[in-house]
Design a protein around this ligand. Structure first.
Ligand code: ADP
Ligand code: MG
Length: 212
């Protein structure tokens, strides 16, 4: 479950953003829409605890984020929140498998080969597990990023413009994989995008308006 109330964020040198109150159940998915500059990425950073709001509360998996700090917050994020960015941020020197193991390690979770198999198999990339990111196609690398977001069995997956760089066919596939995999792992999914190709695939939509 994810909930935001009375949420505001102001950047030191500019934009003052307020966000509508909002609640998403476990397993639900939602598209976060809005023009470029409306605050979608900022909201995802707030939800991930990467930015701290000046006002308001965020609750993820029964935990109020503003009660956590430093290492506790990092561990909570690693354990409960999966992140997918447009740029994938895979570690180039590590294999697919090692990239996934790293995500578990950073969250302080135990390792077992079955964890890697559980996320790679449904995404159809199990046979690529010993490859490095540079040896994958863009679509395969995108699937590894989705696998990495899911490996810690997070309560919430946050994806920022995951499809903007993709052609129509791959855009549909990535959206379908995110939706399907989050449903299978009972994670809530929020996809921030200005990509109109995605609008009819999600349970819900939330639109952010530009603030003057
Ligand atoms: P979106 O993802 O919807 O395009 P953003 O959340 O990136 O929107 O940006 C929302 C507003 O915050 C914009 O006006 C943008 O210029 C501003 N902004 C984003 N990042 C920063 C930053 N690091 N410092 C100052 N202002 C920022
Ligand atoms: Mg953005």
């Amino acid at each position: 479950m994810l909930q935001i109330e009375n949420l505001h964020y102001q950047y030191a040198d500019g934009a003052n953003l307020s966000f509508p109150d909002w609640c998403l159940d476990r397993g639900e998915n939602c598209l976060l829409l809005g023009e470029s500059g409306s605050g979608k990425s900022t909201l995802l950073h707030l939800l991930a605890g990467l930015l701290t709001p000046q006002r308001g509360t965020i609750t993820v998996a029964d935990q109020q984020l503003n009660t956590l700090q430093g290492r506790q917050l990092d561990r909570f994020r690693g354990r409960h929140i999966g992140l997918v960015y447009q740029r994938l941020h895979l570690v180039p020197a590590l294999s697919v498998e090692q990239n996934l193991e790293l995500a578990r390690y950073l969250a302080g979770l135990p390792q077992h080969p079955s964890h890697v198999a559980r996320v790679l198999e449904p995404l159809g990339i199990m046979e690529k597990r010993r490859r490095r990111p540079a040896e994958l196609s863009q679509g395969e690398a995108q699937r590894v990023a989705i696998a990495r977001a899911l490996i810690n069995e997070p309560a919430v997956v946050l994806a920022d413009e995951p499809t903007s760089a993709l052609d129509d066919r791959n855009c549909g596939r990535v959206a379908e994989l995110l939706i399907q995999q989050c449903a299978q792992h009972n994670a809530s999914l929020i996809v921030a995008t200005h990509d109109r190709r995605l609008t009819d695939r999600f349970h819900r939509q939330q639109r952010l308006e530009m603030t003057a």
